[in-house]
Ligand binder design. Structure first.
Ligand code: RIB
Length: 304
């Protein structure tokens, strides 16, 4: 069987991760346990996760000329992710994420740096790579105009587009019309639709987002699992798994990679969401975003 081809267009960050017992209060200085420098960025995390599952992955993105940029490229290459389409930006530093991990949960501040030098013209230069993909996977840590242009080019080439709308921000209508699958979490769904996505309001919020243009909406719900619907369809819930959580950083990224991989294999949306749920359940059992991504064998062996 040929490996599914996935092109990820998005961010690469060096994650500077500090573990602490709790988050600091405003104005407070407190002690942490240790610091780690780990390859991250939503785009690169999704690329690594898809490659570990067996996809042939090409990364489109940008890093600076600094040492972090080189480390991030090497990390992708070590996972067999193609990096020819990652540009080296002369006048910007590589993206950095400052991450606190407290009792498995995390809070993140990103400095996009070189990620924000990725422009629509760079996407045009990658048209052939995009045209050869089964799935084009996008997130929101590069400029929104670039994401919108990437989706437009991908659709013009007849490709399937998956958009992970993270970090949360309002999205232009023309972008949503070029998206086949959009994967917000509850917070992102609320921001995108301007309405609550809590409890019984989830279905209406998802229907509203589908009405804004995206053909399928998949909402990740943390420990509650996930839910999906097609335009004018009904809501289907997929349960999550109870795991011993070590670090949730990259959980959404692993879900998106699992979804894209499974869809690229031609699976139904329900099968793809169930597969993605297993990938993200395993990802949270290990520390770090990229280091925690499971292999295909680990997913196949996982029985919940
Ligand atoms: O989704 C997790 C990622 O968000 C981290 O790796 C960090 O770099 C930020 O992009």
């Amino acid at each position: 069987m040929q490996a599914p081809k996935i092109v990820v267009i998005g961010s690469l960050n060096m994650d500077i991760v500090i573990e602490a017992d709790r988050y600091p209060q405003q104005g407070e200085t407190m002690l942490g346990h240790g610091i780690r420098f780990l390859p991250g960025g939503k785009g690169a995390n999704q690329a690594v996760a898809a490659a570990r599952l067996g996809a042939a992955v090409t990364m489109v993105g940008a890093v600076g000329t600094d040492g972090f940029g080189q480390e991030l490229l090497h990390a992708l290459q070590a996972e067999n992710v193609g990096t020819d389409a990652v540009r080296i930006a002369e006048q910007a530093a590589t993206g950095v994420a400052s991450i606190y991990v407290c009792q498995g949960d995390n809070s993140i501040v990103v400095l996009p740096g070189a990620n924000h030098t990725l422009l629509p013209a760079h996407i045009d230069a990658c048209r052939e790579v995009i045209a050869a993909a089964d799935i084009v996977l996008l997130q929101m840590e590069i400029p929104v105009d670039t994401v919108a242009h990437a989706a437009q080019v991908a659709k013009a080439c007849g490709r399937t587009v998956v958009l992970n709308p993270a970090p949360a921000q309002k999205l232009p209508e023309e972008l949503l019309h070029n998206v086949d699958y959009i994967t917000p979490n509850r917070t992102e769904l609320a921001l995108l639709t301007g309405r609550s996505a809590e409890g019984g309001e989830l279905e209406a919020a998802m229907r509203e987002l589908a009405g804004m243009g995206a053909r399928h909406v998949i909402t990740t719900l943390g420990a509650e699992g996930s839910a999906f619907m097609a335009q004018e369809g009904t809501l289907t819930r997929v349960p999550g798994y109870v795991m011993e959580v070590v670090d949730t950083t990259g959980a959404g990224d692993s879900f998106n990679a699992g979804l894209a991989y499974s869809l690229a294999l031609g699976k139904s949306l329900e099968e793809a969401v169930s597969f993605a749920a297993k990938v993200s359940a395993l990802a949270v059992t290990k520390f770090g975003a990229q280091p925690g991504m499971p292999t295909l064998q680990e997913v196949l062996d996982f029985n919940g």
